[in-house]
Design a protein around this ligand. Structure first.
Ligand code: HEC
Ligand code: HEC
Ligand code: HEC
Ligand code: HEC
Ligand code: HEC
Ligand code: HEC
Length: 323
């Protein structure tokens, strides 16, 4: 399904366009909330985000984009069941009942029991494929930035014999998600904004939407089998050179020379979201060897958890089991 695109229509082509719109509308799948493609000729949803004469942000938006998303997907908000700031999801937009833990983690707090997985809570030495959820949110130690500040999308661009760490882009929620709906999984844009990707990656939508999880190591979405198959290629629209189908070959790149395999496409294997969450993580990194891992261009990472699902290097132990 192509992304919703807007253009100015001229009177002369109106008739032809009606036909196209009807086909698109009929083919549009679920999406959710106000983000539904094919709103028809008298849509109501535009008003939640746009103002015609009194807009306060570009694209005639009521408020700057990320604030706008948080009016419904934020902490104090009502309007969506998913509070991505706190990493919690409810059974309804009224937010009654016991909150669950969101699949993507959170931008300010998250509920990933990132220590338990390493056997610390269970007292055992075999992590056993489970990363449980916390009862209440812990502050995140890393998150994708959504404040439109200029940040390097590490690995963006083709293999390069000369050091090239990536490209600086200004990211907000709408860089990854299409606010108008597009019929794809989580309305993810096949070509994220500013990714410079040459071809798009479309992940078919879930037939039923379940936004929460009880095990952060079980990253599959049973209602969207293609998520696991396609997600690494999708992340790599921005982080191009992180995608690798082998572990042992030199790539020829000056920075991303030898790379762990990241393209495996089954649950429990090395795809991007097996090791990382999409939004933000509360995993802790102890002062020690893990804090000594610098960014690709050599800047100290500090206690940043790099969106990992497990503390320190506990992630490695989930697959590489000690005998
Ligand atoms: C959930 C919020 C939301 C809703 C609902 C929404 N929009 Fe938007 N719209 C945005 C955002 C954010 C942008 C800027 C990002 C982009 O270009 O997609 C935008 C951009 C646009 C643009 C400019 C696109 C461009 O390429 O410059 C048009 C035109 C538009 N919207 C029309 C509409 C119409 C018509 C509706 C109702 C059917 C609608 N929008 C509903 C959030 C929304
Ligand atoms: C008027 C309230 C409102 C605003 C503003 C809003 N959303 Fe939503 N959004 C919803 C509702 C309701 C849903 C349905 C799921 C839920 O309750 O969380 C939803 C669902 C979603 C989903 C999941 C879609 C799917 O296919 O499952 C994403 C992703 C999303 N919104 C992103 C955004 C982004 C990005 C913005 C800002 C550009 C935004 N939303 C602004 C109300 C809103
Ligand atoms: C770097 C890309 C990226 C950015 C930026 C981003 N998202 Fe997401 N988002 C994703 C992906 C990928 C998923 C699917 C995660 C999964 O299923 O494991 C997702 C899932 C979601 C969901 C479903 C609930 C969940 O936790 O899985 C909602 C709602 C949502 N995003 C809203 C937002 C809002 C609002 C913002 C800005 C505050 C935002 N996203 C910023 C990539 C992004
Ligand atoms: C729209 C482009 C874009 C997409 C798509 C994208 N990223 Fe990123 N990513 C960035 C940028 C820019 C940064 C730089 C750090 C920041 O966001 O502040 C980043 C940083 C990261 C980091 C380091 C975070 C930190 O705080 O240290 C990880 C890990 C990561 N991305 C993983 C992923 C995964 C996994 C996906 C797919 C689910 C993904 N990215 C999709 C743009 C993107
Ligand atoms: C096997 C686990 C694993 C997989 C799979 C994985 N990562 Fe990572 N990633 C890590 C770890 C661990 C770090 C922390 C840096 C380190 O230890 O080298 C990291 C760091 C990052 C960073 C921060 C910059 C850096 O290199 O330190 C980005 C960006 C990133 N990963 C993106 C991705 C993307 C995109 C994918 C999928 C194509 C992916 N990762 C797959 C484990 C993984
Ligand atoms: C999701 C499972 C998974 C996780 C998590 C994981 N690995 Fe791997 N690892 C693999 C697979 C699969 C291979 C490839 C084995 C092969 O090709 O024979 C591999 C290969 C390797 C290799 C050999 C690569 C070479 O070029 O010699 C090393 C070293 C390695 N992993 C280290 C790590 C470290 C360090 C971590 C934690 C940051 C980690 N792995 C996390 C699955 C995983």
């Amino acid at each position: 399904m192509p992304r919703a695109t807007w253009r100015i229509r001229r009177a002369a082509v109106v008739v032809a366009c009606y036909a196209v719109l009807l086909i698109v509308g009929a083919g549009a799948s679920a999406d959710n909330g106000p983000h539904v493609q094919g709103q028809g000729l008298v849509p109501d949803t535009c008003a939640v985000c746009h103002r015609v004469h009194t807009a306060r942000a570009p694209h005639l938006l009521r408020t700057p984009e990320t604030d706008l998303c948080y009016t419904c997907h934020g902490a104090a908000a009502a309007g969506a069941s998913t509070d991505v700031l706190d990493g919690v999801g409810y059974s309804s937009a009224e937010r009654t009942g016991k909150p669950g833990a969101l699949r993507g983690g959170g931008f300010k707090y998250a509920l990933i029991d990132s220590a338990a997985s390493s056997g610390q809570s269970s007292g055992g030495s075999d992590p056993g494929g489970v990363v449980p959820v916390l009862a209440s949110g812990a502050p995140v130690t890393s998150a994708h930035s959504v404040d439109a500040s200029s940040q390097i999308a590490w690995g963006n661009g083709p293999i390069s014999a000369e050091a090239n760490y990536g490209k600086a882009i200004s990211m907000s929620c709408g860089s990854c998600h299409d606010p108008h709906g597009n019929g794809n999984y989580r309305i993810l844009r096949p070509m994220p904004l500013e990714s410079g990707a040459e071809s798009g990656v479309t992940i078919p939508d879930a037939v039923t939407k379940v936004y929460t999880t009880t095990n952060y190591w079980d990253v599959e979405d049973q209602y969207a089998p293609a998520l696991i198959t396609d997600i690494s290629a999708w992340c790599a629209t921005c982080h191009t050179r992180y995608l690798s189908s082998t572990s042992y070959t030199e790539s020829g790149d000056a920075v991303f020379t030898n790379r762990h395999i990241t393209s495996q496409t089954t649950q429990g294997s090395a795809n991007c979201i097996q090791c990382h969450v999409a939004h933000g993580s509360n995993a802790s990194v102890e002062e020690g060897l893990s804090t000594g891992v610098h960014s690709p261009q050599g800047v100290a990472a500090g206690p940043g958890s790099r969106l990992l699902r497990i503390d320190d290097k506990g992630t490695c132990r989930m697959c590489h089991v000690e005998e």
